[in-house]
Design a protein around this ligand. Structure first.
Ligand code: HMG
Length: 439
């Protein structure tokens, strides 16, 4: 078959690139330069990156920005953000500055329980399975002691194991539903190792269980894996102030502003199409900090969106409360994060990002990440309900359009100056470049 290759993984990096270029690219030289220009000149650093994943051919850069002036529980942070989208860092920074003078952000970790499951099938009497489970439960825990001893010494470990009968949903389907405390580690490897040991103990013990029939002894493990849905690993972030204190250059009439703002949140609470975009804006902030601190943004995304659907209808993650004189904007989200293990000690920029945040515990990082999400949503809703999103977003996107047209520094200065008093749209920028170049 065309363009397939066997044994690719065994080739050297240079050989992989040669195959790729000769198979897919006619402009061999340019494409090779595209790949190699992103290689780090420090060979040791490049090797470190090569070994993060498999079949590495180059590095894929994302900008690392910072948003200063975040006051969280009376402590000031400059938050690192890795993201490709213009206006996100500016929006976070603007929100931080706005709330700095209004009491800052309050954040609290409500729970930190993580979950893993052993999914298995059993053909037989459920009550006998339950009796068997109760007898072997201490053994299930004991036989993981070689995995759990360090975690337990630090104060974490296995919290509980439950047997769940899921046969109403799927024939013969049961699970061990296990809860864990993994402290400053995200805990994926720890949890999965424990689960795989539970699976072994479960099948071995079933074979030996005298009151099982021969069919009942034959428990089949389907899989053992952590769950990225962590509705008991929750952090709450909030801002609140007197309505009249919201007044600023963008908010001349705070009372009218909060009513419209609340309406925007209410729409996202009841209307899934809007909720998805609303929550995407929150994830702009969350993913950027999660990435910068070396955490797994896919796990966070999956868990957060499942949480947004927990009522059966996908809804807003943030909520707004108004009393006679007070505005409160808040969010509770599940976040399973780590500040030790994984990339946190390997990737130099991740180490830098964590240092910038004062080497936080996982709980502190949960608070910082949630605040970044809330701040982002506040900025987006503030723009949406006042000027509209395009004014600020396009102002920040201007440089991307100029770079598409390979504008010189002098052209950039002239055009940025022009758009200080004119609205940025793609076509207006194109016109301005043409006019400048024809001048
Ligand atoms: P502005 O009022 O034009 O900004 O806002 P400014 O020039 O007056 O500056 C005020 C502060 O904003 C600055 O203070 C910075 O903190 C920040 P200073 O540093 O001067 O003391 N700021 C910047 N920070 C870094 N670099 C910059 C910069 N400019 C301002 N260049 C702004 C401009 C874009 C901040 C504002 O319009 C805004 O917050 N817009 C919202 C943008 C947004 O949400 N972008 C996300 C992408 S759109 C999206 O994907 C989500 C969405 O669909 C979600 C939803 O629908 O809910 C919208």
């Amino acid at each position: 078959m065309q363009n397939t290759i066997s044994g690719f993984s065994k080739l050297k990096k240079a050989e992989k690139i040669d195959w790729l270029l000769s198979t897919y690219f006619s402009d061999n030289v340019n494409s090779r330069t595209t790949i190699t220009q992103y290689w780090n000149t420090d060979e040791k650093l490049q090797k470190l990156h090569d070994e993060f994943i498999e079949n590495t051919i180059s590095n894929f850069y994302l900008p690392l920005g910072v948003a200063p002036n975040f006051l969280i529980n009376d402590q000031v942070y400059t938050i690192p953000m890795a993201i490709e989208e213009s206006s996100v860092v500016a929006a976070a920074s603007k929100s931080a500055k706005f709330w700095f003078d209004r009491g800052g952000f309050k954040a609290k970790v409500l729970s930190t329980t993580k979950i893993g499951q052993v999914h298995f099938t059993y053909h037989g009497d459920t009550e006998r399975l339950r009796r068997f489970f109760n007898i072997i439960k201490p053994k299930l825990i004991n036989e993981t002691s070689h995995i759990t001893k360090n975690m337990e010494r630090r104060g974490g470990g296995i919290l509980d194991i439950e047997l769940k009968d899921k046969t109403n949903e799927l024939d013969n389907y049961y699970q061990l539903h296990v809860t864990f405390e993994t402290l400053d580690a995200m805990g994926a490897n720890f949890i999965n190792s424990c689960l795989e040991q539970f699976a072994k103990t479960l099948t071995n013990e079933a074979q030996e269980f005298k009151t099982f029939t021969s069919v009942e002894k034959d428990i089949h493990i389907v899989m053992s894996i952590l769950s990225n849905y962590v509705p008991d690993c929750i952090v709450r972030a909030e801002v609140s102030c007197k309505i009249e204190d919201l007044k600023d250059k963008d908010i001349p009439n705070p009372k009218a502003f909060v009513e419209k703002f609340k309406q925007a949140v209410s729409i996202a609470e009841v209307e899934p199409h809007r909720a998805v975009t609303h929550n995407k804006g929150i994830m702009n902030g969350i993913d950027a900090v999660v990435l910068a601190t070396g955490n797994d943004f896919r796990a966070v995304e999956a868990g957060v969106h499942a949480y947004a659907s927990k009522s059966g209808r996908y809804s807003s993650l943030t909520h707004c409360k108004l009393t006679e004189d007070t505005f409160t904007f808040s969010m509770e989200i599940p976040l399973a994060l780590g500040t030790i293990g994984g990339l946190t000690t390997l990737h130099p920029l991740v180490k830098f990002a964590l240092q910038l945040l004062g080497n936080p515990s996982a709980k502190d990082l949960m608070k910082i990440v949630a605040v970044a999400g809330l701040a982002q949503n506040f900025a987006a809703l503030k723009s949406l309900t006042t000027t509209g999103i395009q004014k600020g977003h396009m102002k920040m996107h201007l440089m991307n359009i100029l770079n598409q047209f390979e504008a010189t520094n002098a052209e950039k200065d002239a055009i940025v100056n022009h758009f200080k008093t004119n609205t940025v749209t793609h076509s207006a920028v194109v016109e301005a470049i043409k006019a400048l170049r024809n001048h």
